[in-house]
Write a protein that binds this ligand. Structure first.
Ligand code: SF4
Length: 396
């Protein structure tokens, strides 16, 4: 008799250990934020809330998402919370009756179908709403940040109970989903999904189809190209929002950090909440204008010189230009983000934790920025000629 492999996917114990470590880490960060812990050294004070959670924690998360979005999706503590019900109960149901265990009926079924198809749109809107709120109250109030964490983790667990596998959270309304899909257009490193496996009829299956055009099924890049070339995915509301997210993301990041660092000061007489969202919105519009103008230009140029463009018969010349524009936007996002985020890590946090002089801290900061810039140019160059032609897409 053939022995069944104990693990459903490779290195399952190591992945689980890493997930457990991150859950413990986020719990410590949550406690530190709730109780407003500080680390005092001879050189200064580090705040758990502001320095360790917002600067180091979120910074490390964004970098991981940029380099390897699927690595983050495999270990994300929020995804671990969302998949709690799946790991304890739903996977067993899938192993008994197969993918039909995912089927939902009635009002829950209708909501599920909506989330499966429009998840990214909701994720993007939640992200655009939550991040500027950091400037309004989360930065100044560690309790508010702790409550936000509590609400988000509770929502992830509840949505995991209500909807199968990741469809109620990770692949739909999670505020980070839209960011992962954006960086996932051109990831530097490919990692396989190690979250959704189940055994059925003696075989280990890696997907039960809980989501439409899921970025975890094969890779985020594969899902991106499906939206570029297949009618069923190209004209959806979800894809349009996904495109808008890429187009506005550099402006969004720039607006956030210029406001955070006081480089733009909202007029004191205007209502603060309103002004902050207006400024962020204005930066997003400025970022989107060149994107859509260029897209329009490529469309017109292609139809004039390289033949018709129709989703039934995608045009490689046009698809390549659009993809190049997307990957340049993604690369500029990470560089703008690190320009500001790494500044507080290297110039404020590092010198308090380690005995480094200000010139050395500046040198490390500049080296990190130049290193990232060179690397992101390399990643863009690597995917520059990707298109819809067979075998032109890189395996990442
Ligand atoms: S890989 Fe499959 S089962 Fe997992 S989240 Fe995506 S669609 Fe759902």
């Amino acid at each position: 008799m053939r022995e069944r492999p104990k693990q459903r996917y490779k290195h399952a114990y190591a992945w689980n250990a890493l997930r457990a470590f991150l859950v413990i880490l986020i719990f410590i960060l949550f406690l530190g934020t709730l109780l407003d812990w500080k680390i005092q050294t001879a050189r200064g004070i580090i705040m758990f809330h502001d320095d360790l959670f917002w600067s180091v924690g979120i910074g490390a998360m964004v970098l991981t998402i940029y380099f390897a979005p699927m690595l983050w999706r495999n270990i994300c503590p929020l995804a671990t919370a969302n998949l709690l019900y799946f790991s304890l109960f739903h996977r067993k149901k899938l192993e008994v009756i197969g993918a039909s265990a995912n089927t939902l009926h009635g009002i829950r079924g209708k909501i599920w179908q909506f989330l499966r198809k429009n998840g990214t749109a909701i994720s993007a809107v939640v992200f655009w709403a939550i991040v500027p709120a950091r400037l309004i109250f989360f930065n100044e109030n560690s309790y508010a940040t702790a409550i936000l964490l509590l609400v988000i983790f509770s929502a992830a667990i509840i949505m995991g109970i209500l909807f199968p596998v990741k469809s109620g959270w990770c692949t739909s309304i999670c505020p980070v989903n839209a960011v992962e899909k954006t960086y996932g257009i051109n990831p530097a490193i490919r990692v396989k999904n190690h979250r959704c496996h189940y055994r059925y009829n003696g075989t280990v299956l890696s997907c039960s189809g809980c989501t439409v055009n899921c970025i975890d099924t094969i890779s985020p890049k594969f899902s991106y190209w499906k939206t570029q070339t297949q009618k069923a995915f190209h004209d959806t509301f979800d894809t349009k929002i996904r495109r808008l997210f890429v187009a506005t993301f550099p402006g969004f990041i720039l607006a956030f950090f210029t406001l955070l660092n006081g480089l733009i000061l909202p007029p004191p007489e205007a209502p603060r909440v309103f002004t902050i969202y207006v400024i962020v919105g204005a930066f997003m519009v400025l970022s989107a204008i060149p994107y859509y103008l260029l897209k329009h230009f490529f469309f017109a140029f292609t139809t004039a010189n390289n033949g018709e463009i129709h989703i039934e018969k995608p045009n490689d010349f046009y698809a390549k230009r659009k993809h190049r524009m997307d990957i340049i936007y993604v690369a500029s996002c990470i560089n703008i983000f690190m320009l500001f985020a790494a500044n507080s890590v290297f110039m404020s946090i590092f010198p308090v934790l380690f005995p480094v002089s200000a010139p050395l801290a500046r040198l490390l900061y500049a080296t990190a920025l130049i290193g990232l810039l060179i690397f992101s140019i390399y990643v863009v160059k690597k995917s520059w000629n990707e298109g819809i032609a067979p075998n032109s897409q890189k395996n990442s």
